[in-house]
Write a protein that binds this ligand. Structure first.
Ligand SMILES: [Zn+2]
Length: 92
């Protein structure tokens, strides 16, 4: 069972699971709306990996670091952190 909310750096996010295939997305996140969306057609493990990925984006956003780097650099950093630590992280 995947969580319906998650807290990142003290900020609570709602997690919505829906078919994002038409948008060609595994997931995305909006810090202003405090919503993380996950493509529900992915395997459970892929949904967890995507949730971890989006949580890293939100940590960067909550910390305000997204204002210091380009979107391209942020994506590269997120992927680096995701793949460096995904085997150690347990999504609740
Ligand atoms: Zn990303």
């Amino acid at each position: 069972m995947l969580p319906s909310t998650i807290t990142v750096l003290g900020m609570k996010f709602e997690i919505q699971y829906s078919d994002l295939t038409n948008e060609k997305l595994n997931g995305d996140s909006n810090i202003d709306d405090k919503i993380i969306r996950i493509n529900s057609t992915l395997s459970e493990q892929a949904q967890k990996d995507t949730l971890f990925h989006e949580c890293i984006h939100m940590a960067i956003g909550v910390a305000g670091l997204d204002n210091l780097i380009t979107g391209k650099v942020e994506e590269a950093l997120v992927r680096c952190i995701e793949h460096a630590f995904c085997d150690w992280v347990t999504i609740p």
